[in-house]
Every structure is written in structure tokens, then in C-alpha cells.
Design a protein around this ligand. Structure first.
Ligand code: GSH
Length: 242
């Protein structure tokens, strides 16, 4: 069975990482049974030092984007929804907005703002043994801060980041409009990314602009609830630590 490595569930989310949630949704969309392996140790085993990655029949595939193409190649999964190339290109741009812009705004919200960090630290690191708990989380936080400064999000003010989050949320709501799925009346790969980021972004534990940009859009909320019921009931998924 395919093993999917993630951080683990928390704060009402199936995983703390939107990329892991995306991989779960892709596996569910493909109708493939899988086992989720959780724990911080997964990062050490990860070929790119990031989660998710999967192990399947001795093969290791890292990165949700390459997990997607692996499932297409190996299992004939079809994430195109039957849309034409131009429509899928629009979906890809939305995915890139979420993964390359919204993601960093969410990192800043969770890791840097003191109230976000208090929640995240407790959720992600509470199972660490005592001496590690004092040392490891601040080190990881420092490295996230450095990455955010390099990437640019960390150099903006909170209100500048909030303005960008509001724009991204509105763009997603306008793209979805009154369609059942992001690109039309059939699900496709972009829905896996959109649903994952909408779930992560609307998490009640991190109030503010990111969450507001989702919960204030009735079509996005309805989409989230409908697709969560469709893809995240965990029918194909079993969970274990390690
Ligand atoms: N492009 C990757 C992004 C994965 C990613 O950024 N994962 C983060 C968690 S959300 C991670 O594992 N970070 C650990 C680290 O950087 O040490 C994908 O799509 O899978």
C-alpha cells in the first residue's frame, strides 16, 4: 500500500501541512488506498527534507507536484477533469498563487506572529521530550524567519501581508464563482490544491485576514464543506505514527 508521510493532524485539519492535505486529496481522487505515516521524523527521512513524500513499492517520490505526476504515470490517475489545456492553465495559475504566495503568507501568520506561534508551537512540538522542546522549536522558527526574509514575505509589514492575503482570497472566490468545482462542473487537480489551502487558511486557530478572505466568501465556504465531505472522510486512508 502507498505510504504518505505527513506531520500529522491537528487544529481540526487532517494534517498541519497544506501540501500533505493536497497529497491526501489526490490519493482519494485517484481512489487509491494509502497509509499516512505521521511525526516530525518524516522530515529527516524525506529526500528533499520537506513533506509530503510517498513510498510505493520501494519507490520514493517527494513533492506533491511530483506525487501527482507519479500517480498519473504509475496508476493512470486522471486529474485533468477532461478540461482543455487552456482551462487547466488557469487552474495551474491558481495553484501557483496558493503554493507560491498564499503559502508564505500563511507561514508568516503561523510562525512569526506571536499568537500564531503560540498555537503552532503547542500543536506541532508538544510531543517533543523536555530538553528538545526548549531547543528545537525556536531553532526551526529562526530558520523559517530567515527563509521568509529571503523569499520577501518576511520583509513586509503584517498589514501589507494581510492586504496580499485578501487579494488572493478574493481572486480565488472570483475564479470559483458559482461553479461546483474550481474550473467547472468536474473536479480536477486544481481542486486538490484549492481545497487543501482553503482548509488550512480557514483554520479557526489563526484568525485574521487569511481566514476572513475565505469565510467571508459564501461560495468558497460552501465549496470547502462540499469537497471536504467528498474527499476527506478518510475512506481510503489509515494512519500510524513513524
Ligand atoms: N513543493 C512542495 C512543498 C512542500 C513543503 O513546503 N513542505 C513543508 C511543510 S508545509 C515542509 O516540509 N517544511 C519542512 C522544512 O522546510 O524543514 C510540495 O508541493 O510538496
Amino acid at each position: 500500500m502507498i505510504k504518505l508521510y505527513g506531520f500529522g493532524p491537528g487544529l481540526g485539519l487532517p494534517d498541519l501541512s497544506p501540501f500533505v492535505i493536497k497529497a491526501m486529496i489526490l490519493l482519494e481522487m485517484a481512489g487509491l488506498p494509502f497509509e499516512v505515516k505521521t511525526g516530525l521524523g518524516g522530515v529527516r527521512k524525506a529526500p528533499k527534507r520537506k513533506l509530503p513524500f510517498i513510498e510505493d513499492d520501494g519507490k520514493v517520490v517527494a513533492d506533491s507536484r511530483f506525487i501527482l505526476s507519479y500517480l498519473e504515470r504509475r496508476y493512470g490517475a486522471d486529474f485533468s477533469g477532461g478540461y482543455d489545456e487552456a482551462t487547466l492553465a488557469v487552474g495551474l495559475m491558481a495553484e501557483r498563487m496558493l503554493e507560491e504566495s498564499s503559502y508564505f503568507l500563511a507561514l508568516e501568520r503561523r510562525w512569526i506572529r506571536p499568537d500564531g506561534w503560540a498555537v503552532l508551537e503547542e500543536t506541532a512540538f508538544s510531543r517533543l521530550p523536555r530538553p528538545m522542546r526548549a531547543i528545537f522549536p525556536p531553532l526551526v522558527r529562526r530558520s523559517v524567519r530567515k527563509s521568509l526574509e529571503g523569499q520577501g514575505t518576511g520583509r513586509l509589514t503584517e498589514s501589507e501581508n494581510d492586504a496580499l492575503a485578501a487579494e488572493n482570497g478574493r481572486a480565488l472566490a472570483l475564479l470559483l464563482a458559482d461553479k461546483p468545482y474550481l474550473l467547472g462542473d468536474r473536479p480536477c487537480r486544481s481542486d486538490a490544491t484549492a481545497l487543501a489551502f482553503i482548509l488550512a487558511g480557514s483554520c479557526d486557530a489563526f484568525p485574521g485576514a487569511i481566514r476572513d478572505s475565505i469565510v467571508n466568501e459564501p461560495n468558497v465556504l460552501a465549496y470547502r464543506d462540499r469537497l471536504r465531505a467528498q474527499y476527506l472522510q478518510g475512506s481510503a486512508r489509515t494512519e500510524s505514527s513513524g
